[in-house]
Design a protein around this ligand. Structure first.
Ligand SMILES: NC(=O)c1ccc[n+]([C@@H]2O[C@H](COP(=O)([O-])OP(=O)(O)OC[C@H]3O[C@@H](n4cnc5c(N)ncnc54)[C@H](O)[C@@H]3O)[C@@H](O)[C@H]2O)c1
Length: 459
């Protein structure tokens, strides 16, 4: 029970699309172009070779506007790198060239992998979010375009740091894609346009639900004796706030993101509740993770309207995984199931019934692939592309909801942005021998949120 299980993967081993070598020019930092003589291949390095990273690598090399080639891989754990390499070889062997000398291990592996690339190439950042700012900083130094997964930061200080780094990235003309893939769901894009055009009338209320059993590594019992706290927490990053922002940030961000997008605004404050109903697993072994197993957060917008988000990771409780926008003229289904599952639809009145349906989406394209078509297209065309400011803002909205529930206080967006509690201040200095940013208390448990007692910080 103690041994960490490999994450369920999200590999989407798509068939590589026929490469249309439409451009032999890559943009330089000023938005002009530089020519890599006789070579129009965009090279890619993968930093964080887990489930999503492997999937993103496949998406990258499958773009219509290829050629794109995977040339380097980096991870901190050999088993993860080896598994990813073997799986990728089975699926995209003709679009990768990653010999052993370009497979890097260690906390500094990211540097070696990025050193393989040329300015204008692309690095994929898909480690746990704690390391995002460290890796992004080096990518900017190396003048690389970036695809990074959500969450892009976990607390106030790392949010501010990412915004500062993003200013540098934009000044350098680098393209930055962020894995909030709902934004590349065509049905949602059409719905957002319809809402903007007034099809729902005035928006009064939004609702988002992600409720299922414990997922990925969101629940953890004590580490095995032969593993360090640091290794355990990185492997089970959804359990620990420093590594991931916890399940609230890591899982619930997609609904929070796409509902704020539909609303066309960010909430100004949040208050919420949550709790740990089960202190042990069904064998009586204590849980040591930092997550609550249910959350209910009320977000408020400047105009006073509300957005309610409910999240739950409890086995056996009802599963609900969908989102809605209610307006004065009707209601919209934004995600019918999952993070972006369609069809997206608009109904007259407030009852979601077939007879009331006024519109529904039909597009079936894959948002995980679409986000790469846009990123590589912008790189080839030398056009601006930056999804990071939105990514950081969405992370702040998730963090303010999480902090409201964890502290039992109302938290404003401004408070969250200015919050000084950095969960893992020296994450850039970690080595295999380091203590973890989160060490156990005298009773062997890790510190956890205590609403009403810990009011200024989450643990
Ligand atoms: N957009 C989506 O729908 C989606 C889906 C899944 C995951 N994600 C995001 O992708 C990221 C990775 O999630 P995952 O499910 O692939 O996790 P994972 O555990 O499968 O992969 C993470 C990988 O990063 C490696 N790693 C950890 N620290 C590292 C470091 N400092 N340097 C190099 N490698 C390091 C791990 O060993 C592991 O191989 C998370 O931020 C997660 O939220 C997004």
């Amino acid at each position: 029970m103690n041994a960490p299980k490999p994450q369920p993967t999200r590999r989407q081993f798509l068939h590589a699309a026929g490469g249309l070598a439409v451009a032999s020019m890559l943009p330089n930092l000023e938005g002009k172009s530089f020519h890599i003589a006789g070579d129009d291949t965009i090279k890619v390095a993968l930093v964080g070779c887990g489930g999503r990273g492997s999937g993103a690598a496949v998406n990258a090399v499958s773009v219509q506007r290829g050629p794109v080639q995977l040339v380097a891989m980096a991870d901190v754990f050999k088993d993860r790198l080896d598994d990813s390499f073997t799986n990728l070889q089975k699926n995209i062997a003709d679009k990768m060239d990653v010999p052993p000398e370009r497979r890097f291990l260690g906390f500094d592996a990211y540097k070696h992998a990025m050193d393989v690339l040329r300015p204008g190439d692309v690095v994929i950042l898909t480690t746990p979010p704690a390391f995002r700012w460290v890796h992004f900083k080096y990518a900017i130094e190396k003048k690389l375009n970036v695809f990074m997964e959500k969450p892009v930061c976990v607390d106030g200080p790392t949010s501010r740091r990412m915004l500062e780094l993003n200013t540098q990235a934009m000044q350098a003309g680098l393209k930055v894609g962020v894995g909030l893939m709902s934004r590349h769901c065509v049905g949602m894009q059409q719905l957002a346009e319809r809402i903007k055009n007034g099809d729902l009338g005035e928006i009064h209320l939004m609702r988002g639900y992600r409720m299922h059993g414990p997922a990925a590594s969101s629940q953890s019992v004590q580490k095995p004796d032969d593993m360090s706290h640091l290794e355990y927490q990185i492997r089970r990053f959804h359990s620990f706030l420093w590594a991931s922002g916890g399940c609230y940030a890591d899982f619930y961000i997609h609904h929070i993101d796409h509902l704020c997008w539909m609303r066309g605004a960010l909430p100004i404050k949040a208050q919420g509740v949550g709790g740990r109903h089960y202190k042990t697993n069904r064998d009586g072994v204590p849980f040591v993770d930092q997550n609550f197993d249910s959350y209910a957060v009320e977000y408020t917008f400047a105009e006073g309207d509300k957005f309610y988000f409910e999240g739950r990771c409890i086995e056996g409780a009802a599963g609900i995984y969908s989102s809605y926008v209610h307006g004065s003229k009707g209601v919209a289904v934004v995600a019918k199931s999952g993070d972006f599952g369609g069809p997206q639809a608009i109904y007259k009145g407030q009852n979601i019934e077939d007879s009331n349906r006024q519109w529904q989406s039909t597009d079936k394209s894959n948002p995980y692939q679409n986000e790469w078509e846009v990123l590589i297209g912008k790189i080839r065309d030398g056009k601006p592309h930056n999804e990071l400011k939105t990514g950081v803002e969405t992370c702040l909205v998730t963090a303010m909801g999480r902090m409201a529930a964890h502290t039992g206080q109302e938290i404003t967006f401004e408070q969250m942005l200015k919050c000084d509690h950095e969960f893992a201040p020296d994450v850039d200095k970690l080595t295999y021998e380091s203590a973890s940013p989160l060490m156990p208390l005298t009773d062997g448990r890790y510190p956890i949120p205590e609403p009403g007692i810990k009011k200024e910080r989450e643990f």
